[in-house]
Every structure is written in C-alpha cells, then in structure tokens.
Design a protein. Structure first.
Length: 322
C-alpha cells in the first residue's frame, strides 16, 4: 500500500471513531440511595467502559432521602431506576407505567439484629422482645409476624433513630435494619451481632429492582438491553473481587465519607443477597414465576395489590441470550 493509501486508511479509521463517539446515546440510571458499594456493579461497568463500548453514555444519578427514584424515570430523565418491589407497586398504584425488568437483590436485606447474649434467631423469638425501628416500618414487622403465625401484639415496638446505639445500650432487644449496614458497622467495631434474615422466614420482597416505563420497553429496547448488559457484567465482576469493587467505590467518591473497611465488609455481605443457585443457572437479575407469586403475597400483607404483569423479563431474556 502506498503512503497515500495508508494515510487515507488512517483518516477513514479516525472518521469512524469520531462517528462512533458522536453516536453515544446519553441515558440516566437513577440510583436509589447515596453513592456506596451498594451500587458497585454499576461503577465497575462505568469504569471499565462496558457501556461506552455498547454505545451508551451513562450518567449515574445519585439518590437519597430527597431524591426519589420514580419521578425521574416517569419524566424520562432516567431510562432506568433502581427501586424495590414495594416502591414500584406504590408508584403503579398512583398511575406510573412501570415494569420491573431486573432484580439485583434476590433476598430482601431486612434483618432483625440482636446480640449473642439475647439472640433473636427466629420469628418465634419475637414475642416479649423490644424491637427498635422506624415507625414507618411497622407494616414490615407485621407482615413477618403474619407469615410466621406470631402474635404481633406481643412484640414491643420502640421508635428509634437508625443507629446501633439503642441495641448496644440495652434499650432494645433487637433492631429492624438492613443486613449490610448496622450489623456491618457493629462488626467493624468488633461487635458480632446476630442477624435473622427475614427473607429466610417467608418475607419475599425483591429489593434493588430495576424499573423502566412501558414506553421505554416499546421504543428504547436497544438502550435497555445495553444498559442491563453492562449491569450484569459489572455485578459479575464485583462478585469475583468484592474488595476491588469496594476500593473502586471509595476512590470514585472521595468526598462521600466512605470508610474502606465498612465498604469492604458491606460488599462481602451483599453477595449472598444478590447471587444464588438461580442466578448461577440463569444469570444476574433473574427471577421465577414462583418468586413473583411470593412477592405478590408479601405485597398484599403490606397493603399493595399487584398482578404478575408488573414484572417483564424480556430485556433479561435478550441480555442473557446474548
């Protein structure tokens, strides 16, 4: 090839790269809370360029107490939001055109945390106990009791702030919290709390679910498949090295006040919530029809009436088929 031919080829390659870069489709992924290792799979997908390689320019939109997930998705400012089955059901009841298209947490992270000297290991241990919790979570504890034929009236609810201190001070016998936060904070301080995972006792409520609108499912399938494929790849990478995922999280958000030891332990404890023999067989984010029915039953105890068509697995079908 002549020098002129080589230069023409390089110019053509540069033009292709320029066109490819220009063709990146901007999309938003609305997170359900503040930046932390809870979303580390997404950070890995972004950091490694897996979305970029698929033609997406993804913005990770931080959530928080004043940043609800659902409005940006309805408004189209986010293509996908990370919500939960109960929040999605509540939004649908108010007219939001949502579908759940993926399930990150196969097991709900709610636990009753207690101390070894006064353990709460099963729902049958709850009567006569003082449980510290936010009053807003009363329906959660009621549902657990109903699922396990426990007399809810025999359980004393103590309104508390979201802190381990009431348990450590002996003001309560247990705390209703997430497996990945207060028990982790205690473990880092050398306190080995006991945790009763409510999902192991019938409380089937999917958490960290991906929601999208009917309109996006109809008209933006390419972007949805590419976004979810990046999530799948990111979370699989997270599973293979949770310490690296935690370290990346701390490095990406140096002003978030994240403690590396806490983030590493939280990352480790998330794994059994997010991965299971089901995901090993079918892929990250999967669910079964039986799981949907279990969620519908739990949602009914929380006062939410939903039908199976809230769940749409067609995007995951494409992702995992590929």
């Amino acid at each position: 090839m002549t020098r002129r031919g080589v230069m023409a080829g390089l110019a053509g390659l540069a033009a292709c790269r320029s066109t490819y870069a220009w063709a990146q489709t901007p999309v938003g992924l609305q997170l359900s809370w503040l930046h932390s290792v809870q979303f580390a799979g997404s950070y890995l997908a972004l950091q490694n360029g897996w979305w970029r390689d698929a033609g997406l320019e993804v913005s990770l939109l931080q959530g928080g107490p004043n940043a609800p997930v659902e409005p940006p998705v309805v408004a189209g400012n986010a293509l996908v939001g990370i919500s939960a089955a109960d929040y999605a059901a509540a939004a649908v009841a108010q007219g939001a055109p949502f579908r759940i298209i993926g399930v990150a947490m196969q097991k709900n992270p709610f636990v009753i945390a207690s101390l070894p000297g006064n353990p709460i290991d099963a729902p049958a241990d709850l009567p006569g106990k003082r449980i510290g919790m936010a009053v807003a979570n009363t329906p959660v504890l009621q549902a657990l009791c109903r699922l396990n034929d426990v007399d809810f009236g025999a359980v004393q609810i103590v309104p508390t702030q979201y802190s381990a201190q009431p348990l450590l001070a002996g003001e309560v016998d247990g705390l209703l919290c997430w497996e990945t936060d207060l028990p982790v904070a205690m473990a880092v301080q050398g306190i080995a709390a006991r945790t009763m995972l409510m999902a192991d006792h019938g409380y089937a409520l999917q958490s960290q679910t991906y929601v999208a609108t009917d309109d996006s499912l109809a008209n933006r399938r390419r972007e949805l498949v590419a976004l979810m494929a990046g999530e799948v790849r990111g979370w699989n990478a997270y599973r293979s090295d949770t310490d690296a995922a935690a370290d990346l999280t701390v490095a990406m958000f140096p002003d978030a006040g994240l403690d590396k030891a806490v983030q590493r332990l939280q990352a480790e404890r998330q794994v059994p919530l997010m991965f299971s023999p089901l995901t090993d067989a079918h892929g990250f984010g999967w669910w079964t029809d039986e799981g949907v029915q279990d969620n519908i039953r739990t949602l009914s105890l929380l006062g939410r009436t939903v039908t199976p068509d809230l769940w749409d697995r067609s995007i995951l079908d494409e992702v995992h088929a590929g």
